[in-house]
Design a protein around this ligand. Sequence first.
Ligand code: SAH
Ligand code: AVI
Length: 331
Amino acid sequence: MTDELMRIMEKQIACTTIKPTRHIPDLTDDVRKSLLTQPRSISPKYFYDKRGSDLFDQICSTPEYYPTRVESQLLAQFARAVIAKTRPVQIMELGSGYSVKTRHLFDACEAIAHHCIYAPFDVCEDVLVNTALQLSDEYEWLNLNPLLGDYHGGLGNLPSNTAPCLFVFLGSTIGNFERADAVQFMQELSSVMRPGDHLLLGVDRVKPHDILNAAYNDRQGVTAAFNLNVLQVLNKALNADFNPAEFMHSALFNAEAERIEMRLIANSEQQVHINDLNESVLFSEGEDILTEISQKYTSHGIDELFTAARLTITDHYEDEQAYFSLILATK
Ligand code: SAH
Ligand code: AVI
């Protein structure tokens, strides 16, 4: 038995699997529907195997990727106010990853001896378990309830019997939804919130294009490696033979749609075999796969999102340059 497994058992850390409330296509369905047909795309949720999650973590420390830095500064500044206002019995975080910035909320709880439950919800089990282990060392008072699941499957089965609950959705992960899907998601979130619950949402803002483009094209090439890693995920899961060296990372701000569009572009004509599906894909030179959109919002766009979800904004925190917003809202 590995040391890590021993620690998990000693600490009794187990993930609860959250059943979807509606059908979620699996990787096979998604690949058939989106990758084998044109225009080609793949859902960004497939980025996040252990390596993809680690690469995202590294992106957060690149000098160009301002969202993490700015959001972290906002949390450092306002976490105490958020906790004082919401007094959560439970903090439920969607797409929690390594819960790095959430520690500002735990520190704010600790400062006033306010003990609570933390329920991180993520698709990546490895990261959930490791993070829970780490947090249980750092915050002994924190009552951990890691939840494994896919938020595209609905939020109706999340444990919600503990009120007041502070829902947290950081990193502008809402930007990885198409605008219409973001509205639907916010409405779904609102429908599981009860009076007294709050939502803390991190949203990246529209800003000068050079800053946006640089954030997704860091000089060390970490974002490129993160993007290309999805091909390895497909190779492993579906016994495919994508050659990442034959694809190029591309991320460009689409000014009309106000979003970064991240793609993988075939360097040459090539045939890829997806053995488990018994399918082949012929890529022409320059043909691309859309791997992620990262919608940026204006302050007006943020207001519209909350209005559509019938949530009332109580506080809108932003940095001096209005690069990033942290919004606290209630039902
Ligand atoms: N909240 C963290 C991590 C953001 S990265 C931060 O702000 O730094 C996006 C996170 O969302 C990853 O941890 C990824 O595993 C998770 N994620 C992506 N798609 C998901 C889905 N469909 N359901 C649940 N979690 C998802
Ligand atoms: C998680 N998500 C909000 C990040 C983003 O900025 O869209 C993922 C990312 N992709 C490239 N860099 C970071």
